[in-house]
Design a binder for this molecule. Structure first.
Ligand code: AQP
Length: 333
């Protein structure tokens, strides 16, 4: 199929911390399945990351690392457009324009804004509030058909659709209205310390989070300490969020069904089970870690990938922007 006939996939990850197995299982691991059939844009979204204070040197380092992780997770830069958000200025440009087509009430209802303002009460900045319109711009710029994300991003994605529909109704067909691709089996990986809360890379409790690049020993230690319950039965159930979360992780790394897992650990207790989850996760991530270690040493190559990705993204973004500017009534020169 010709490049320009392919449907489009866009997704992004913030370099706001070390990436977790939540980011991996909920999003990145699924990215490569679209590489052949779709035109794919995968972005390191550092404009989003600065809605929360970042240490500049850390942010820069994590931007390289996130790009390297994309590749270590199987994204070939010759088949996918891999780039950094701020290298394509149209993201911020369209973000501003879409702010003017997004209602205060809509943004006020966003649960991520409520959660993050509670967590960062000293820095409830305007960017945190308008984060979803920038995300809408990221997606709509590329005339995206499909957005692979974890379930926590569903509300933002629905808003992006609403904004696209509103704009199209006002000005005629301008943006493609995107659909979400949310994995049913790993849509929300929970914290190991508080299994009713999402596992987040910005969690300050290191034991609550398993990072993709954690060592095998650390991964096993963290799963051993995972909060479960006072029962001993390994079974998937709403009233056993800790065990159910571990089963979800185990299933993702082994391909076994919940019934098989229940049978495997029948009468064996949580100790054996937690060790098996830790080992499966560490072994599953080992090739990613090895490839990451190789890639991260070659900064010049990573910069080449960033530059080529930005050039390709720019050309595509410019096409949409020229249309948007014309529709709104701006003078194109
Ligand atoms: N725990 C999770 N389970 C499943 N999917 C998840 N994602 C994040 N956490 C989980 C998905 O990962 C993608 C990238 O996320 P992001 O970097 O845009 O930010 P986020 O959703 O806010 O993720 P974090 O880890 O919680 O970051 P911080 O702590 O910085 O806010 C998205 O597709 C997301 O759904």
């Amino acid at each position: 199929m010709a490049e320009n006939e392919k449907k489009v996939v866009f997704s992004g990850v913030q370099p706001s911390g070390n990436l977790t197995i939540g980011n991996y299982l909920g999003a990145i691991k699924n990215f490569s399945r679209f590489s052949e059939e779709y035109k794919t844009f995968y972005c390191v979204v550092e404009l989003h990351a600065i809605t929360v204070r970042q240490v500049p040197a850390e942010l820069r380092k994590r931007t390289y690392e996130t790009l390297a992780l994309y590749m270590a997770c199987g994204l070939d830069p010759t088949k996918n457009t891999l780039f950094v958000q701020s290298h394509v200025p149209q993201h911020a440009e369209l973000g501003w324009m879409l702010d003017c087509y997004t209602m205060f009430g809509e943004l006020s209802r966003m649960t991520q804004f409520k959660d993050k303002s509670a967590k960062h009460s000293q820095n409830i900045n305007a960017g945190l509030f308008t984060y979803p319109t920038l995300m809408a711009a990221d997606i709509l710029l590329y005339q995206t058909d499909l957005v692979p994300v974890g379930i926590d991003q569903k509300q933002h994605l629905e808003l992006a659709r609403d904004i696209a529909i509103r704009f199209n109704q006002l000005y005629g067909d301008t943006f493609r209205v995107p659909e979400g691709y949310i994995p049913t089996d790993t849509m929300k990986i929970m914290s190991l310390a508080e299994p009713t809360a999402k596992m987040s890379k910005s969690d300050t409790n290191q034991n609550a989070v398993v990072y993709i690049l954690d060592s095998k020993d650390d991964i096993i230690r963290k799963f051993k300490r995972a909060v479960t319950d006072s029962d001993t039965r390994v079974c998937f159930s709403e009233d056993k969020p800790g065990v159910s979360n571990l089963m979800t992780v185990y299933r993702a790394f082994t391909g076994k069904s919940f019934e098989e897992i229940e049978r495997e650990f029948d009468g064996r207790g949580y100790g054996d089970f937690k060790l098996a989850v830790g080992e499966a996760c560490a072994d599953g991530l080992a090739p990613v870690r090895a490839e990451f270690d190789r890639l991260i040493k070659d900064k010049a190559y990573l910069e080449e990938v960033m530059k080529a990705g930005a050039q390709d993204a720019f050309v595509n973004a410019r096409r949409t922007m020229s249309k948007v500017r014309r529709k709104i009534g701006f003078v194109n020169i």
